[in-house]
Design a protein around this ligand. Structure first.
Ligand code: UGA
Length: 432
C-alpha cells in the first residue's frame, strides 16, 4: 500500500480515532481543529473523553511522527492527498442534520486544496450533501478535486478496535481513480470493501443506525409483551437468534437506546423522510416509543415499590453505556430527576462518568466511588449500565446491606432472577 498524506478535519470522537488509526497504518496524518485548547491537549496525548486504547494510540502515533495536530488549514490541507471531513452535525430545530460545520470546513479547506485531492465526508450527512460541498469548494479553488463518502461505523467504548477491524468499509465514490485509492487505503483494515455511489454510502449510515435502533425498539416491545404472559425475553432471544436471518447479536432489551448517535439519527431520518414527502415514516414512531420508554418503565417500578417517596435508590451506571464517560442521552439523566421529583433519595456511582454528569443532575444526588457503598442502606438498587464492575456483584452481601423492600431493578438483564431471589432480594428485569 502507498502511504498517503491525509488531513483529518474535526477532532471529535470519530476524527481523533480515525486520525490515530490511519497514522498507525503508516500514513502521514494532520489532525485539524479550530479549537486551540483541544489541539494543545491532543498534542500532549490528552483525550477529552474516556475511550479504551485511544490515549495510547495518540501517544504512539505522535511519537512515531505519523500524526500531528494543527489549527492552521494551510498546514493541514496543502499537501493532503485525502481530506476527511469529520466535524459535528448537530440536529437543527426541524430535526434534520445541521450542516453548518461541514460547510464552514469546506470553505476553509478549499483555498489550500492540492490538485487531485479526494475530499471525503465522514460526518453523518443526508444524501445529496456531497453536491453542496462540491459547489462550495469549487467556488473557492480552480484545482481539480473529487468528492467521496466513507461513513463511519465505530461504536463508543470499542472505537479503536472497531476502526482497526471493521466488519466492512463502505466507500462511496464517483470515479475509478478514487475507488482504487480508497480501496488501497482501507485494505490494511479490511478486505471487505463495498463500493457504491456516495449517496448510497450516506444512506448506508442512516440505514444501519436506524435498523439497529429499530431492532432495540422491537425487542423492547417484545419484552413488554413477555411481562404480560410469563415468558422470559432472554429465552425468546435464544430461540429466535438461532434463525440465521435474525441472528443472536445485539439483542439487549433495556431502557431504550441512548448515546450521541441513535436518538439523533432516528430523528434525522424521520425529519428527512418528512421533508422529501414521505410523511408515513415508521421512524417517527420509533423515536416516539424510545422517548416514552423510561417514563413508562419508571411508572411500573413506582407501583412495584409502593411509591418512591422517602426511599433511597442506589443507581449503578451514569454514562449512556459501559466503557465510556459519554453521558449524552444517558438513561441516568431521565431516571434520576424522575426519582428525585417523586421524593426519593439517590446515591449514584459510575467508574468513569461521575465528574461529567454532576452538572447535569440535581445537586441532591450523592455520588460514591463503588457499588457496595451505593447499595448499602438503599431500599432499591437500579442497574442502569452493565459496567464489568457491576456484572458479578455479591448478591448476599447486597441483600444484607439493603433495607426493605430490597428491590433490584436489573435494566440490563445481567442477573439470573432465581439467584437474586434466593439471595433475599426482589428481582425485576426487563421482559422476564
Ligand atoms: C452506534 C452504532 O452502533 C455505531 O455503528 C455507529 O457508528 C455509531 O452509533 C455512530 O453513529 O457514530 P454507539 O452510539 O457508540 O454506536 O453505541 P451502541 O453500542 O450501538 O449503543 C447505542 C445505544 O443502544 C445505547 O444506549 C445502548 O445501551 C443501546 N443498546 C444497544 C440497547 O439498548 N440494546 C442493544 O442490544 C444494543
Amino acid at each position: 500500500m502507498n502511504h498517503m498524506n491525509i488531513a483529518c478535519i474535526g477532532t471529535g470522537f470519530v476524527g481523533v480515532v480515525t486520525a490515530g488509526v490511519f497514522a498507525k497504518l503508516g500514513n502521514q496524518i494532520v489532525g485539524l481543529d479550530i479549537d486551540e485548547a483541544k489541539v494543545a491537549s491532543l498534542k500532549l496525548g490528552i483525550v477529552p473523553f474516556y475511550e479504551p486504547g485511544l490515549q495510547e494510540l495518540l501517544l504512539e502515533t505522535q511519537k512515531s511522527g505519523n500524526l500531528t495536530f494543527t489549527t492552521d488549514y494551510s498546514i493541514a490541507i496543502s499537501s493532503a492527498d485525502i481530506v476527511m471531513i469529520m466535524v459535528g452535525t448537530p440536529s437543527s430545530a426541524d430535526g434534520q442534520a445541521d450542516l453548518k460545520y461541514v460547510f464552514a470546513a469546506s470553505e476553509s479547506l478549499a483555498p489550500h486544496l492540492k490538485e487531485g485531492a479526494i475530499v471525503i465526508i465522514k460526518s453523518t450527512v443526508p444524501p445529496g450533501t456531497n453536491a453542496k460541498v462540491r459547489a462550495i469548494i469549487a467556488g473557492k479553488t480552480n484545482v481539480k478535486f473529487e468528492m467521496a463518502s466513507v461513513p463511519e461505523f465505530l461504536k463508543e467504548g470499542t472505537a479503536v478496535e472497531d476502526t482497526l477491524h471493521p466488519d466492512r468499509a463502505v466507500i462511496g465514490v464517483e470515479s475509478d481513480r478514487a475507488r482504487d485509492i480508497l480501496v488501497d487505503l482501507h485494505k490494511p483494515l479490511t478486505s471487505n470493501v463495498v463500493i457504491m455511489r456516495p449517496e448510497s454510502a450516506q444512506m448506508c449510515k442512516y440505514a444501519a443506525n436506524n435498523y439497529l435502533a429499530t431492532r432495540i425498539t422491537f425487542i423492547n416491545q417484545i419484552a413488554d409483551l413477555c411481562e404480560q404472559n410469563g415468558a422470559d425475553v432472554q429465552e425468546v432471544i435464544k430461540g429466535i437468534g438461532q434463525d440465521k436471518r435474525i441472528g443472536s447479536h445485539y439483542w439487549y432489551p433495556g431502557l431504550g437506546y441512548g448515546g450521541s448517535c441513535f436518538p439523533k439519527d432516528v430523528k434525522e431520518i424521520a425529519a428527512y423522510a418528512h421533508a422529501v414527502g414521505e410523511s408515513e415514516s415508521m421512524f417517527i414512531k420509533i423515536d416516539d416509543l424510545n422517548e416514552k420508554r423510561i417514563p413508562k418503565l419508571m411508572a411500573r417500578y413506582d407501583q412495584l415499590v409502593g411509591g418512591f417517596a422517602g426511599k433511597t435508590v442506589a443507581i449503578l451506571g451514569l454514562s449512556f453505556k459501559k466503557n465510556t464517560n459519554d453521558t449524552r442521552v444517558a438513561p441516568s439523566l431521565q431516571v434520576i430527576p424522575w426519582l428525585i421529583d417523586r421524593g426519593a433519595k439517590v446515591v449514584a456511582t459510575d467508574p468513569k462518568a461521575i465528574s461529567d454528569i454532576k452538572s447535569l443532575l440535581p445537586d441532591t444526588v450523592t455520588y460514591v466511588d463503588d457499588a457496595y457503598t451505593a447499595i448499602s442502606g438503599a431500599n432499591v438498587t437500579m442497574l442502569l449500565v452493565e459496567w464489568d464492575e457491576y456484572q458479578h456483584l455479591d448478591l448476599t452481601k447486597m441483600a444484607s446491606s439493603m433495607l426493605a423492600p430490597k428491590y433490584f431493578f436489573d435494566t440490563r438483564n445481567q442477573y439470573d432472577p432465581d439467584s437474586v431471589s434466593q439471595a433475599g432480594l426482589q428481582y425485576k428485569g426487563i421482559g422476564r
